[in-house]
Design a protein around this ligand. Structure first.
Ligand code: MN
Length: 195
């Protein structure tokens, strides 16, 4: 039997202050992500999904009408691990030219990704993805994930309210701004190119 265990954070809970609090990380990583992992393990026991790597669970369950819960939990496990890896202490700064050249420069890029993230209606995600030879911005609703659409994820911004409500209440735009200005780990983003 194969079961997933918690994905550790690459930083300490206080490292992202004042832009993301320890309370938010304890709740978001320690409770939300942990629950998706537990649910996925519980749902896959004794099924064909039990021993699959997470990526394969997502690719298979998205086409399986009897596996909606498995897809939702597996995708949320992937999305959250990817989101947490996309941040670091003293992150942010100028977005790399390798990315911004697809958007007509850094200013346009930041404005487009902010608009995408603030424009998600309800719960979901804003993404930077590679689609063949092109880098683009996209959004997904609820648990949906770019890898279910054959896109290579480069960066995830979680815009479910649980990602920012403790620190920013309803001010999602302030959270997105802080994420891009102070938290995003551009080295991680570039490391995902051409994977
Ligand atoms: Mn989340």
């Amino acid at each position: 039997m194969f079961s997933l265990t918690q994905f550790p954070l690459q930083f300490s809970e206080n490292d992202l202050l004042p832009y993301m609090s320890a309370e938010t990380l304890q709740c978001h990583h320690g409770k939300h992500l942990a629950t998706y992992i537990k649910n996925l393990n519980d749902l896959t026991v004794g099924t064909e999904y039990e021993a699959m790597p997470l990526y394969e669970i997502i690719k298979k369950s998205v086409t399986d009408p009897n596996a909606k819960k498995i897809f939702n939990n597996a995708a949320q496990v992937f999305n959250h691990d990817f989101f947490f890896k996309g941040m670091k202490q003293n992150g942010g700064g100028k977005a790399p030219d390798e990315i911004t050249k697809y958007f007509g420069g850094a200013d346009n890029f930041i404005s487009e990704i902010k608009n995408a993230a603030t424009g998600v209606f309800g719960s979901g995600w804003a993404w930077l993805v590679q689609d063949g030879d092109v880098i683009k911005i996209t959004t997904t609703a609820n648990a949906d994930t770019p890898i279910a659409h054959d896109l290579i994820p480069l960066l995830a911004i979680d815009v479910w309210e649980h990602a920012y409500y403790l620190d920013y209440q309803n001010r999602r735009a302030d959270f997105v701004d802080a994420f891009l200005t102070h938290l995003v780990n551009w080295d991680f983003v570039l490391s995902n190119l051409n994977k």
